[in-house]
Design a protein around this ligand. Structure first.
Ligand code: HMG
Ligand code: MG
Length: 290
């Protein structure tokens, strides 16, 4: 469980990973480090810093080890990374990651596009990662992509999402982050999904990870809060997208999520004035990418 009190919300900043993984330009390692350090000054307790995936698949993050080595570690911040397999986990451990995330898909076609294997095969591949993480004492977060729609298969059934989410939790993930990978959802589709999910799992075990392709992410977050969820992923300045999801755009912008949650009476702990410095770095990265 992430929150300590009912009015506390958790914003999981994913910009340095999700935000940078699909940019067409190579962002200098020092800029990535500057971005992570600026975010750490803004009150986040979790920052997804990079991913240890195959550099053949995501060359944008091939400097993951250098980024992890170069950041100034704040003791109250958990620096988390994505790991697709045991090899990625070993690199993450060596780099001093505080937490790792595994990532599965609710649709077969997206699983193939993103991980080059079926959903079942991906979960099998993650078993030893979870086992090693347990031994190393690292918490594991589970991402679940395409929870509303798949870029290749179209609408995804809530029952299918529920099945894979339950498997991730059963395997030992402490929470499942629900990815609307291509920003296809809205309040109604999110409500229909939560009707099914919350029948069998607690809202505390779920996070929202919404790309904002069609400007609907905030209405989805608002609905999730009303249904009891308190953890939301966002990206500084709305950086982002998935290179294996045609049509995916950036994650919902962190500043907008902070403003919404605070207006709903929740405390995020994020200092919007301090966040400006990170937003300036994100904007300059985007300008260079344009
Ligand atoms: P594969 O090609 O099936 O597997 O890729 P492979 O074992 O043949 O590996 C290919 C090459 O990569 C080999 O190199 C491996 O050694 C190497 P070669 O022998 O040809 O020289 N390799 C690695 N190198 C470094 N670190 C590793 C690693 N693993 C293999 N960990 C694989 C399978 C899973 C590796 C590949 O599909 C992969 O890396 N996929 C990751 C794709 C990705 O990062 N996507 C974006 C993140 S997910 C996302 O954005 C969605 C999310 O935001 C939620 C949402 O929005 O929905 C989380
Ligand atoms: Mg994403």
């Amino acid at each position: 469980m992430n929150r300590q009190t009912d009015d506390a919300a958790m914003i999981f900043e994913v910009g340095p990973r999700d935000g940078l993984q699909s940019l067409s330009l190579e962002v200098p390692t020092q800029e990535k480090i500057r971005l992570v350090n600026a975010l750490a000054q803004s009150g986040f307790t979790k920052i997804e810093t990079t991913s240890f995936v195959s550099p053949k698949w995501v060359p944008q993050l091939k400097d993951a080890a250098q980024v992890m080595q170069g950041i100034l570690r704040k003791p109250d911040v958990r620096y988390t990374v994505l790991t697709p397999n045991l090899r990625g986990f070993e690199h993450a451990l060596k780099a001093g990651a505080d937490e790792i995330a595994i990532f599965a898909s609710a649709s077969e076609a997206f699983s193939r596009a993103n991980l080059n294997c079926s959903i079942d095969e991906s979960l099998e591949r993650f078993e030893p990662v979870l086992e090693q993480a347990r031994i190393a004492g690292l918490p594991v977060r589970g991402y679940l992509s395409a929870v509303i729609a798949c870029p290749f298969e179209g609408a995804v059934a809530p029952a299918q999402v529920c099945d894979v989410a339950a498997r991730l939790l059963q395997m030992g993930c402490y929470e499942v982050s629900l990815g609307d990978t291509i920003g296809a959802g809205n309040r109604e589709t999110m409500a229909a999904l939560l009707d099914v999910l919350l029948d069998t799992m607690s809202a505390d075990l779920l996070a929202g990870h919404f790309h904002d392709t069609h400007g609907t992410a905030l209405e989805m977050i608002r609905h999730c809060v009303e249904r009891g969820m308190r953890t939301f992923d966002s990206s500084v300045g709305g950086l982002g997208g998935c290179p294996y999801a045609p049509g995916s755009s950036g994650n919902v912008a962190t500043g907008a999520v902070v403003t919404l949650l605070e207006a709903m009476g929740l405390r995020t702990g994020i200092d919007l004035a301090a966040l400006k410095a990170a937003e300036t770095i994100a904007a300059s990265i985007l300008r260079d990418a344009a």
